[in-house]
Design a binder for this molecule. Structure first.
Ligand SMILES: [Zn+2]
Length: 245
């Protein structure tokens, strides 16, 4: 999780509400009615989808990052970070047209503190506003949830579905703090999404070869799916926490 203070400050400044209803589309009910062939249906309002994502991010302890991380406010401090921003932005722009393709995922790999989580959240922030159902999960949380349920077949299937069904799954910090039994669980999720051509957004401190070293089957699927949208950040001077030292 990599969120610098500057972004947190911006988020606080932007968070004051200006109208009675936060959402004018649904008057804060979370639903709007749509009429299809003369029949009226309740449909989730965009604000409900946005709120769900905000709750997921808050649960991970980076609540302020949600409002702060937009492509408009993300200022790259380094040419390599600039290139990563460019690819993330292109991915967000292309998403709706590549979603069902073989190559439909984004991977940001490498250096600690290089803004990978922030850029991933910028992508989510853009897509939820286009009505895309996304799930953000820190890697550790996903691995623990799967492990906890593994002895109960029904429960395990249910937990798997939580990670395989959203239109876009963001796994933040893949393999961070992984135990030796982790790869099996990770495989179940990645493979299911691979087979169903469901997009993923992956960040990891490991490079592609490091991912391959842990589990070739998982790594090769991720790399194949993000072939057009993959960035490895290597070398010194990338960590925003060390800027100015
Ligand atoms: Zn609404």
């Amino acid at each position: 999780m990599e969120i610098p203070q500057l972004w947190l400050k911006k988020a606080r400044e932007n968070s004051t509400s200006q109208s009675e209803y936060k959402c004018k589309k649904c008057n804060d009910t979370g639903y709007i009615s749509v009429i299809i062939e003369g029949v009226s249906y309740a449909k989730e309002c965009e604000c409900l989808i946005v709120n769900k994502l905000e709750a997921q991010i808050a649960k991970a302890g980076i609540a302020q990052a949600f409002k702060a991380c937009t492509f408009e406010s993300f200022e790259p401090w380094e040419p390599r970070v600039f290139a990563a921003k460019e690819i993330a932005q292109r991915y967000a722009k292309d998403f709706l047209s590549i979603e069902r393709e073989r190559i439909n995922s984004l991977s940001l790999l490498g250096a600690v503190g290089s803004g990978k989580t922030m850029l991933g959240i910028c992508v989510l922030n853009t897509l939820v506003r286009a009505g895309v159902e996304v799930l953000y999960t820190p890697y550790r949380e996903m691995a623990s949830a799967l492990k906890r349920s593994v002895l109960d077949e029904y429960e395990y299937a249910k937990v798997c579905r939580r990670f395989t069904s959203p239109r876009l799954l963001f796994i933040d910090d893949l393999y961070k703090g992984a135990a030796s039994t982790d790869p099996k669980y990770v495989y179940d999720i990645i493979n299911a999404r691979y087979l169903a051509k469901r997009p993923m957004l992956i960040t990891s401190e490991l490079h592609a070869d490091g991912l391959m070293h842990i589990d070739e089957a998982v790594a090769s699927r991720i790399i194949e799916m993000s072939r057009s949208y993959i960035r490895e950040l290597r070398g010194d001077g990338l960590n925003y926490r060390l800027r100015g030292l």
